[in-house]
Design a protein around this ligand. Sequence first.
Ligand SMILES: NC(=O)NC(NC(N)=O)C(=O)[O-]
Length: 390
Amino acid sequence: MAEIQLIEAPAPHQQPPDYTRLNDLACSKVGGCIVFASDDWFAEAENLLKPNIPEWKEGVFTEYGKWMDGWETRRKRIPGHDWAIIQLGVSGVIFGVDVDTSFFTGNYTPRISIQAANLKKKFPSRNGKPGKAATEAEYKKIAALNSENWETIVPISELKPGYKTSFHNFFRVKRQQLWTHLRLNMFPDGGIARLRVYGQAKRDWSLVDKDTVVDLVAMVNGGVCLGSSNAHFGHPRNLVAPGTGENMGDGWETARRLDRPAVLTADKSGVLQVPGCEWAVFRLGCPGVVKEITLDTRHFKGNFPDSCRIEACNIPLSGEQQALSVMSGPPWKTLLLPQKMTPNREHHYKDEVQTIGTISHIRLFVAPDGGVSRMRIWGLKEDVALASKL
Ligand SMILES: NC(=O)NC(NC(N)=O)C(=O)[O-]
């Protein structure tokens, strides 16, 4: 198998805010839904939570106006402002949001604020449609939530319009507590393409039996991506999303390495000589002992990695920053030796998993580059005290 060399991640100034490597807790893919929207005239609020990046359809109009991929309310001719209630798909701690205004230019929302609550109740999702405004009965029902008094996690802030270079509006969230619902306020009206809510799911590990094998890195169990060498086509956070990948965009896909040889060669035993690799690091939702591993290359047919391997370590959260910045040094141990990959298939490992005791972090290497759809790290929880800290 080819020798693995580590490469440096891009310089910090080239990257979006650090919290964007976390999981989108509001995405419809993980069950996020709209509970209420004051107005859906041009485009329904459900679009805010779609997993794909927003689209523009030149010259496409509906009976209500220009087709837009986002939530767009009508120009207000009555007092008040527009707002929506979002139920997170996975409740958790929010570290930052992206209010994406892609393609909303003369119709973008100039100001927003976001409020949050931790509610016991779960609400059914509605079926928002363009051309509608909330009815008296809907307003009456939602009033019981008293959402105008929820905690403010993003104060009234200005947005930039969605011209090509300036469609992300990032806001860091400082109040790090558990939230289940958000209220997005538009001041006064307009359009927003997507709302990304970056955070970490909070699982109550005291409810998980010590003999139950769980996916320790799953986003629903609190697993998060901490960084990667390359996320050109698809972010590694997708590896820990629930279910199977929908398409190639719903996985981790790197760019083709530029140092690949002009002509590929194999050694005497037929092993391909492919230099270099790419990597992604994850913190498990709870430290534990790994029993089995699944790597799924679904949808990656002409671009699956030649091989994958996994390293792991057991470090306290307080030492995470320091330990992870020394990318090649200890305390990493081999959890899964290099495994040859095949296209569009789930690869399951049991006997191949090395016995290395409790681990808290893993890093997946793909050599030399390519795409993986999902990664499951099946194991038993170990140190509950550490997992409950953030
Ligand atoms: N051309 C527009 O986009 N106009 C309107 N919006 C849509 N979607 O038609 C508006 O007034 O904001």
